[in-house]
Design a protein around this ligand. Structure first.
Ligand code: FAD
Length: 148
C-alpha cells in the first residue's frame, strides 16, 4: 500500500445551536469511523464551531474515495485541500478518526504555530495546520479528554 496523508480545511454549515452541533458532530464521527476502519484510514478532525481541519492517512485509493464522499457533504462548504503527500508512517495510527475541539488551544500552542484565536485556516500553512491538529490531539490525550 502506498501510504498518503491528506489535509484540508472547510467552513461549517452546521450553525451554532449547541444541541444541533453535538448531534451532527456525533453523526459525522460515527459515520467516519464506520467507513474508515475497514478502509484502514486513520486521522483527526479538529473543529472550532466555524472551521473544520481534517487530516486523513491511508492508502491513496481509499483516501480519494473518502474525500469524494466528504466533498459533497452539505454540513460544510468551501473545502480547500492543502496537502496530499506520500508518507512513511502515520501520526494518528491508533485512531480511525479522533476529534478535538479548540478547548486545548493554549497560549503556548498559539505561539508555537504563530496563530491567533479565532483560528483562520486560510492564513495558515499546511505545516501549521497539521502541526496544530497534532498538538491539540496530544494535549487532549494527555488530559484524558480524547474522543475516540
Ligand atoms: P450516507 O450516510 O447515506 O449519506 C448520504 C448523503 O447525505 C451524503 O452525501 C452525506 O454527505 C449526506 N448526509 C449524511 N448525514 C447527513 C446529515 N446529518 N445532514 C445532512 N446531510 C447528511 N466520512 C468518512 O467516511 N470518513 C471521514 O473521515 C469523514 N470525515 C468527515 C469530516 C467532515 C468535516 C464531514 C462534514 C463529514 C465527514 N465524513 C466522513 C462523512 C461523509 O461526508 C459522509 O457523510 C459519510 O462518509 C457517509 O457517506 P455515505 O455515502 O454512506 O452516505
Amino acid at each position: 500500500m502506498f501510504l498518503s496523508r491528506l489535509v484540508y480545511y472547510s467552513r461549517s454549515r452546521i450553525g451554532r445551536d449547541p444541541q444541533t452541533l453535538q448531534t451532527e458532530i456525533d453523526r459525522i464521527l460515527e459515520s467516519a469511523r464506520l467507513h474508515n476502519r475497514p478502509s484502514k484510514i486513520t486521522g483527526a478532525l479538529a473543529f472550532d464551531r466555524t472551521w473544520f481541519v481534517q487530516v486523513l492517512e491511508g492508502g491513496r485509493e481509499e483516501i480519494t474515495e473518502t474525500l469524494s464522499r466528504i466533498l459533497v457533504d452539505p454540513r460544510h462548504e468551501d473545502l480547500v485541500l492543502t496537502e496530499v503527500t506520500a508518507i512513511s508512517e502515520r501520526a494518528f495510527r491508533q485512531w480511525a478518526m479522533t476529534f478535538v475541539d479548540d478547548s486545548g488551544l493554549t497560549q503556548e500552542i498559539c505561539t508555537r504555530f504563530s496563530i491567533s484565536v479565532p483560528l483562520n485556516p486560510p492564513l495558515m500553512s499546511t505545516a501549521s495546520l497539521h502541526g496544530l491538529v497534532r498538538a491539540l490531539v496530544e494535549t487532549q490525550a494527555r488530559a484524558g479528554q480524547i474522543r475516540t
